[in-house]
Design a protein around this ligand. Sequence first.
Ligand SMILES: [Zn+2]
Length: 463
Amino acid sequence: MFTIRVGKRKIKLLNWIIFILVLFFIIYLIGSVFFMIPVFTKSYNYKLVKENYEINNKVFFKNLWFTCKTTEEYKIKAENNFIYDALEKDLIKDGFKKRKQKLIRVNKSLGTCKNDRDLYKKNHSDNYVLFKLNGEKEKKVIYGNDYNDEYVTAKISDKVIKNVNIISNVNKNKIGKYLVTYTMNISKDYTQRLYRIVNVKDEEKPVIKIEGEKNLFLNYSEAYKEPGYTAVDNYDGNITNNVEVKNTVNSKKTGTYKITYKVKDSSNNVAIEQRIVTVKEQNKTVNKEEPKIQVKDGITYVNGVLIVNKTYSLPKNYNPKVNKTALKALKNMQADAKALGLDLKLVSGYRSYETQKKLYENYVLKDGVEKANTYSAKPGNSEHQTGLAFDIGKVDSSFANTDEAKWIEKNAHLYGFIVRYPKDKIDVTGYIYEPWHVRYLGVDLATKVWESNLTLEEYLGLK
Ligand SMILES: [Zn+2]
């Protein structure tokens, strides 16, 4: 059969070798007929869907001689990296190896692949295994509060499983995200896991404490000195250094200013506090000496100026009628205003004691004594009885916003008048803002009072 022409012995040995190989091949053929299950490869696709992750798995069943070899390929999809990383780590613990984007595990078992396949299908079936989280899959815990685990529902073939293993690293005293892992063993090489994220959060705002007055008053041009503040947070502790202060105070300008204190804690909870700073009007008190008060025939003169207010009244029989100089000044003022298109209509001028008495009594009937006193004088206490005071434009608070009122405010002194009851001076004059009520003082004095920004009482040193 072989015609290789070499030494005789060597040909004999070769024949033996061929004979043995042929014999083994025959034994292999006989063996395969009697002992080997036909070689096959079958695959099974399976998807495990859990609350916050999903595993796409493909498993190959391959038999070789009497051994069944299964190759599992897992592809993980998770709701977030937190779960993904944990799941991947746990599967590697179960014997999986990472290859590209897949996790692969090879198992060998004795027996037929058919049995392994049936067992695999059974173990992985949703009807067979019930494993679900109770409660939320991401649970918020307010910092400092206890975490109560809501556990899981775990059943294998309708039988409740009690030995689910729980691993948790939740620390209620430290804000952050934690993972709780629930593990249930279904078979020797199949484990299911559930993950719950526990988020320990601080939702409490820091507390800013403002030292000193919350409503602070500054004299004109007096520098603002910060009285101080502190900020304490339930989680971060003292965060005073993080307070942002916004200060717009201009002490060279009369007005109301806000100082804002704002602080954020490490969880972005914001606290805001405010201080109101009022820069008072420039104090131009002219008369620093004691005012000279004279009373003549029951009429009070302060530094020579006739005064009628809630303190100083006029006698019942004082009946001078309208002051002619004042009336002339008023007419001049009205004419000039009219040229500018402004109507300074005279509403009320001289009023006798009797007229004021009737007027006041009507107001009391209408509004009660207390309210009536803020806008009307008692008989004897009305400036209108002097013949030097006029109500012009409209006797109504709405008059304040008119062009007429604004013009009076800026120009009345040029004609010898002052707005007798200025804005925000009720504590001095006893009257609400009356932009319509002017008092004749003469150009000189009216101008001085106007420039001082003071009420007549303050200017004369009465208050
Ligand atoms: Zn009046």
